[in-house]
Design a protein around this ligand. Structure first.
Ligand code: A2P
Length: 330
């Protein structure tokens, strides 16, 4: 792309949409024209970007009649299902944060540090993976390349911000003693709820199966055996994950630490003598993936345990999408 692109933010009034704007501003993303889109409810409101006010437009069938090069979508699955193909048909490249297109074989699912090459075969839509999947992929990639992962056990501890403003409100009210359940099936304050997204026939939640299926697609390995338990915890920002890995090849712990420390986008925080390991509160507002508690799983051959934390709205959503857009410019 030689000229500066025309950009559209679909879902500009939402939690992820407003973080798209923060990240675009911080990274000084080049653009010619910028369009803010949301539902009819927000039409006419203004959103500020780099000190300038932009009027929010209602998203409709004609939103992409004007020349737009890149659209960052985070307005829910049904909005993406309907409008991403309309945008793509108008020559827009859509980076979609919803789950609508992720498992479509015609749509690349991309974490820029891991599989940037997949962007090349996009047909107008590129999917941003699930927040819990993105932060896991970054440390898994160098280890899979070096030792070939046979099996993964994911256990997640996920922040309420993953459920949007409603999720944050449920926790804030709960901390004041009001048991509000607008985002979750049960009160979240003082609780751990093993239920994210809907339950499927196999007894897993959709969130758990997203982690299983998206991991295989991003790492291009259908033979990997993967299981997941995803849990909502009373934390405002940042998802934490315990990741248990079993490799085909043997490894030295020091080599694992070096591979992780040298991989782009990872910060290793692992000094247990001084109680140093990644913490959700410290990772909030950061763009990197933080890895610690790196140790052997002594119960199996070639087993490893990791503790992986990242800001779910940044690396888990907005930062990853903006990184994809940056690759599109190259
Ligand atoms: P609006 O604020 O007008 O409802 P969040 O993930 O924080 O709930 O935000 C969702 C975002 O998606 C908001 O910007 C919201 O706009 C937008 N959105 C929701 N439904 C639609 C729709 N049908 N068309 C366009 N934007 C939508």
């Amino acid at each position: 792309m030689n000229k500066k692109p025309n950009l559209a933010i679909v879902g500009a009034t939402g939690l992820v949409g407003s973080t798209f704007l923060k990240v675009l501003e911080e990274r000084d993303f080049p653009f010619e024209n910028l369009y803010m889109m949301a539902s009819a409810k927000s039409a006419g409101k203004t959103v500020t970007f780099k000190g300038k006010d932009y009027v929010v437009e209602e998203l409709n069938e004609h939103s992409f009649d004007k020349p737009i090069d890149i659209a960052l979508f985070s307005a829910g699955g049904s909005t993406s299902e309907k409008y991403a193909p309309i945008a793509a048909a108008h020559g827009v490249t859509v980076v979609d944060n919803s789950s609508a297109w992720r498992m479509d074989p015609e749509v690349p699912l991309v974490v820029p540090e891991v599989n940037p090459e997949d962007i090349a075969w996009n047909k107008g839509i590129i999917a941003n993976p699930n927040c819990s999947t993105i932060q896991a992929m970054v440390p898994l990639k160098p280890l899979h390349d070096a030792y070939k992962i046979k099996r993964v056990v994911y256990s997640t501890y996920q922040a309420v911000s993953g459920a949007g403003l409603k999720g944050i409100n449920d926790l804030q009210e709960g901390l004041k003693g009001n048991d509000v359940c607008k985002a979750f099936a049960h009160p979240i304050a003082g609780n751990c709820i093993p239920h994210i997204d809907v339950f499927l026939e196999n007894g897993y939640t959709k969130e758990e199966m997203k982690m299983v299926n998206e991991t295989k697609k991003i790492l291009h390995d259908d033979s990997m055996r993967i299981t997941a338990t995803t849990v909502r915890v009373p934390v405002m920002s940042s998802h934490s994950e315990s990741i248990n890995l079993e490799f085909e090849k043997p490894f030295e712990l020091e080599d694992v630490k070096k591979l992780l420390a040298e991989f782009p986008g990872i910060v290793v925080q692992d000094d247990v003598q001084n109680a140093v390991y990644p913490l959700a509160r410290d990772c909030a507002g950061k763009n990197e993936v933080f890895v610690g508690r790196i140790r052997r799983d002594e119960s199996v051959e070639n087993g490893l345990n990791l503790w992986v934390v990242a800001d779910n709205i940044r690396k888990g959503a907005a930062t990853n999408a903006v990184q994809i857009a940056e690759l599109l410019l190259k």
